[in-house]
Design a protein around this ligand. Structure first.
Ligand code: HDE
Length: 711
C-alpha cells in the first residue's frame, strides 16, 4: 500500500502537478536546477585571474598582519561593499515573474498597437507585484495596496502599465504625492511602524485630505490583505487613450482580472503570517510557477468615446474615481500568463525599471494631473537607484526590438557605439538612424493632437470636487461580511492613532460623509460621538456596483489551493491515497503533515513519509484542513498542536474535514458543526462539497460564531 502511495507522489511530481509531494531524489534534482552557471568553471577574479586560495588572505607570516597588496581580498571586499543599491522609495518590497501576453481577435477597432492587435504574437512580459509602504525586507501580508506593474517587451518598444490592485488613488494631483508618501511611510523620528498605515501621520493626512476617502476605503477593505498575489485584480487607475489606425482616439481604463478568482486573508491570519512566514506571497507565487500552476489574468478595457468625455457625474481625468461597470462594461482584449520564475532576484526583480511614460504607438496619455507627474518621476528615480542614464541597457530593461539613437556615453555604458557621426542631421552616415513617419508600417510614435486652450493656472477643477459619493458606492456594494471587515479595519487602525483629535476628525468629518451606519459603528467602537446625520449625501449615479465585491469573482476551479492533511500513527493509508488522487485531479496541493518530520506508521505498519511538521507549517498557510481516517482519535486528542490547528483553521473560517469517527474532536474543542465542518468516513463523500467551499474560499456564515474563539 505504501508503495502505491509513494508511486502516486512521484507520479504527480513527474506530471508537474504537486512536485512538493515528490520523494527526496526528485527534490534534490529540482534543487540542482538552481545551481550556478559557473558549474565546472574555475574561480577567478573579475579580471579573469584564477584564484588558488579563497580561504585565507595574504599575510606577513601565518599570524599576521594582512597585506594591502592582497588584490584578491581587496577586489572581493570592495565589490561586496557596493552590493546594495537604493531601494525604491515606494513599492520597495516586491516579487516578479516572467510570462507572455496574447491579444484576442478584433482589437484593431480600438488601437493600432501591434501587440494588442495581432493574436498570433506572444509578447514577453515581466510583472512585478509589490507593497507600497514597507522597505525591502518587510512582511508580505501587511494591510496595504499592492502594486501591479507589467512591462510588455513589444516589437514596437517597451510598454509599461504600472498599476495597482485598487482602481483609485489617494491624491488627485502629483504635487501632493510626496506629502502622501511622507505621511504613510514609517514616522521619521523613530521609523515606526513598518509596513502599516495604523499610525498618526497617515490618518492625520488622510483625514485632512478628503480626496483620499475613496482610496482609503479600498485600503481598509479585504482587497488590501490578499490571500496571495495570484488572486488580485489589477487596474491602470488613470484614464489613458487608445489610438486606432485612423488616428482616432478613445479614452480607456485598463483592468486585469485573475482567472484564479479573488481571495483575501482574514486580519488575524494576515498578522500571524507576517511573523510566521513574512515571505508568504513571494513563496506562493514562486512555488505555483515552479509547479506548473501558471497564474493567468485577462486584460480588459472600458472604452469611452471622446465625445462622451463629459457625460459622467465625475471627471474621467480624476484618478480617485472609477467608471462603474454598469455604466461602461469591460471588453476583454487579451490574456497574460506568468510561467517563468526569475533566475536572479537582484538582476531582474530589483533592477527592473518601470515608467508610465514608456508607451508605444497605439496608446497615449491623458491630462490626469497625477499621471502627468508620474511621466517623469519614474525615470528620475531610476537615475539614483540604478546609477545613471543607461539603465535601459540592463538585460531586464532592454527592449527586444532594435533601438538606435545618438545618445552616447554616461555611467555604465555597455554598448560600444561605432562610427563617427553621433548627431543628426548628418551626411557622414547618410543621416542614419532616421526618423520613421507615423503613417509608415510600424511607424514612429506621434502624440495625439489634443487641442489645449487655457490659462496657466494652479487650481483644481470643480469637476474633481466630489470626494465621497464613490467611497459610499464602494462601501454599499460590498457583501455584509466585507462591510464588517471594513468597519473592523477602520476600528483597528484608528485605535492605534495616539491623538484623539485625528481619530475624531476621521470618524466625524470623513466617515460620516460617506455612510452613517459605517461612521456610527466605527464611532461606537472607538467611543466617538457621531451626531445624527441627515442622509444628505451626494449620491453616485448608481447605488451599487456588482463587481466591486470580491464575491463577484469566484473561480471555476481550485487550482493551487492548499490543503493540510494532519496525520498521526495508525492513519489509514487508503484514506490518504484517495485525498492525494483527488487533489492531483483538481490541481490542488496536498501536504501530509506529521507531528515531527519523521515518517508516521500507518494502521498496517506502512511507513508514511512527511511533507512537513505540523508545528513548522501552520494552518495559516493552508486553505483547508483534513484529519485523515485512522485508528488514532486518542493520539489526535492528546496532540495540542493538532488541536490548535483545528481551532485556528475554524477561527479563520476554513473548511475542516474530519474523516472516520472524529465527531468527538469538534465537541472537545467546543466547535459548532456548520456547513464548513465535513464529517464522513470516506473522503470522496465530501470531496465535491470541499471543492465548493474552497472555490468560495471561506465559510463567511461562521464569522459571528468564530469571533468567540481565542485568537
Ligand atoms: Fe508610483 N512610483 N508614483 N504610483 N508606483 C514608483 O518608481 C510616483 C502612483 C506604482 O514594481 C517609484 O521605480 C509618483 C500611482 C507602482 O518597480 C516612484 C506618483 C500608481 C510602483 C513613483 C505615483 C503608482 C511605483 C518608486 C504620483 C498606481 C512600483 C520606484 C504622481 C496607478 C513599480 C520607482 C515597480 C513606483 C512615483 C503615483 C503605482 C518614486 C510621483 C497613481 C506599482 O518613481
Amino acid at each position: 500500500m505504501n508503495d502505491d502511495l509513494k508511486e502516486n507522489n512521484s507520479q504527480s511530481a513527474l506530471a508537474g502537478n504537486t512536485p512538493d509531494k515528490m520523494n527526496q531524489t526528485d527534490k534534490t534534482r529540482q534543487l540542482d536546477q538552481v545551481r550556478s552557471d559557473a558549474t565546472n568553471e574555475a574561480l577567478t577574479t573579475n579580471q579573469g585571474v584564477k584564484i588558488s586560495d579563497n580561504q585565507n588572505s595574504l599575510k606577513a607570516g601565518v599570524r599576521g598582519s594582512t597585506l594591502l597588496e592582497d588584490f584578491i581580498l581587496r577586489e572581493k571586499i570592495t565589490h561586496f561593499d557596493h552590493e546594495r543599491i537604493p531601494e525604491r522609495i515606494v513599492h520597495a518590497r516586491g516579487v516578479g515573474a516572467h510570462g507572455y501576453f496574447q491579444a484576442y481577435e478584433g482589437n484593431e477597432r480600438f488601437t493600432k498597437a501591434g501587440f494588442l492587435t495581432d493574436p498570433s504574437i506572444q509578447t514577453p512580459i515581466f510583472v512585478r507585484f509589490s507593497t507600497v509602504q514597507g522597505p525591502r525586507g518587510s512582511a508580505d501580508t501587511v494591510r496595504d495596496i499592492r502594486g501591479f506593474a507589467i512591462k510588455f517587451y513589444t516589437q514596437e518598444g517597451n510598454f509599461d502599465l504600472v498599476g495597482n490592485n485598487a482602481p483609485v488613488f489617494f491624491v488627485q494631483d502629483g504635487i501632493k504625492f510626496p506629502d502622501f508618501v511622507h505621511a504613510v511611510k514609517p514616522e521619521p523620528h523613530r521609523e515606526i511602524p513598518t509596513g502599516a498605515t495604523a499610525h498618526d501621520t497617515f490618518w492625520d493626512f488622510v483625514s485632512l485630505v478628503p480626496e483620499s476617502a475613496h482610496a482609503v476605503m479600498w485600503a481598509m477593505s479585504d482587497r488590501a490583505i490578499p490571500r496571495n498575489l495570484r488572486s488580485i485584480q489589477g487596474f491602470g487607475v488613470h484614464t489613458f487613450r487608445l489610438i486606432d489606425a485612423h488616428e482616432k482616439a478613445r479614452f480607456v481604463k485598463f483592468h486585469w482580472t485573475p482567472k484564479q478568482g479573488l481571495s483575501a486573508l482574514v486580519w488575524d491570519e494576515a498578522q500571524k503570517l507576517a511573523g510566521k512566514d513574512p515571505d508568504f506571497h513571494r513563496r506562493d507565487l514562486y512555488e505555483a510557477i515552479e509547479q506548473g500552476l501558471y497564474p493567468e489574468w485577462e486584460l480588459g478595457v472600458q472604452i469611452v468615446e471622446e465625445e462622451d468625455e463629459m457625460s459622467f457625474d465625475f471627471d474621467l481625468l480624476d484618478p480617485t474615481k472609477i467608471i462603474p461597470e454598469e455604466l461602461v462594461p469591460i471588453t476583454p482584449i487579451g490574456k497574460f500568463v506568468l510561467n517563468r520564475n526569475v533566475d536572479n532576484f537582484f538582476a531582474e526583480t530589483e533592477q527592473i525599471a518601470f515608467c508610465p511614460g514608456h508607451i508605444v504607438p497605439g496608446l497615449d496619455f491623458t491630462n490626469d494631473p497625477l499621471l502627468q507627474a508620474r511621466l517623469f518621476s519614474y525615470t528620475d528615480t531610476q537615475l539614483s537607484r540604478l546609477g545613471g542614464p543607461n539603465f535601459h541597457q540592463i538585460p531586464i530593461n532592454k527592449p527586444v526590438c532594435p533601438f538606435h539613437n545618438n545618445q552616447r556615453d554616461g555611467i555604465h555604458q555597455h554598448q560600444i557605439h561605432k562610427g563617427q557621426a553621433s548627431y543628426q542631421p548628418n551626411s557622414i552616415d547618410n543621416n542614419w538612424p532616421i526618423e520613421i513617419p507615423p503613417a509608415a508600417q510600424n511607424g514612429g510614435f506621434e502624440s495625439y493632437q489634443e487641442r489645449i486652450d487655457g490659462h496657466k493656472i494652479r487650481q483644481r477643477s470643480e469637476s474633481f470636487s466630489d470626494h465621497f459619493s464613490q467611497a459610499r458606492l464602494y462601501y454599499q456594494s460590498l457583501a455584509p461580511h466585507e462591510q464588517k471587515h471594513v468597519i473592523d479595519a477602520y476600528t483597528f487602525e484608528l485605535s492605534k492613532v495616539q491623538r484623539p483629535h485625528i481619530r475624531e476628525r476621521e470618524v466625524q468629518e470623513v466617515l460620516a460623509n460617506i455612510d452613517t451606519d459605517l461612521a456610527k459603528q466605527v464611532g461606537q467602537n472607538l467611543g466617538i460621538e457621531v451626531p445624527d446625520l441627515k442622509e444628505n449625501f451626494r449620491h453616485a449615479s448608481i447605488e451599487k456596483s456588482e463587481k466591486l465585491s470580491m464575491q463577484a469573482f469566484i473561480p471555476e476551479d481550485i487550482k493551487g489551493r492548499k490543503i493540510a492533511v494532519l496525520i498521526h500513527d495508525k492513519v489509514h493509508a487508503e484514506s490518504l491515497r484517495s485525498i492525494i488522487n483527488w487533489s492531483i485531479q483538481e490541481n490542488a496541493i496536498v501536504h501530509l503533515l506529521t507531528p515531527m518530520l519523521a515518517p508516521v506508521k500507518g494502521s498496517r505498519d506502512e511507513v508514511i513519509p512527511s511533507d512537513g511538521m505540523q508545528k513548522a507549517e501552520p494552518s495559516i498557510i493552508y486553505d483547508a484542513v483534513v484529519i485523515a481516517d485512522g485508528d488514532n482519535l486518542d493520539a489526535v486528542l492528546a496532540d495540542g498542536v493538532s488541536k490548535h490547528y483545528l481551532l485556528e483553521a475554524y477561527k479563520h473560517l476554513k473548511p475542516i474535514v474530519l474523516l472516520g469517527d472524529k465527531a468527538e474532536l469538534l465537541d472537545q474543542l467546543g466547535l459548532k458543526p456548520d456547513e464548513g465542518t465535513l464529517l464522513q468516513d470516506d473522503f470522496l463523500q465530501v470531496a465535491d462539497t470541499l471543492k465548493h467551499l474552497l472555490r468560495h474560499h471561506r465559510v463567511w456564515d461562521r464569522e459571528a460564531v468564530a469571533e468567540a474563539i481565542p485568537a
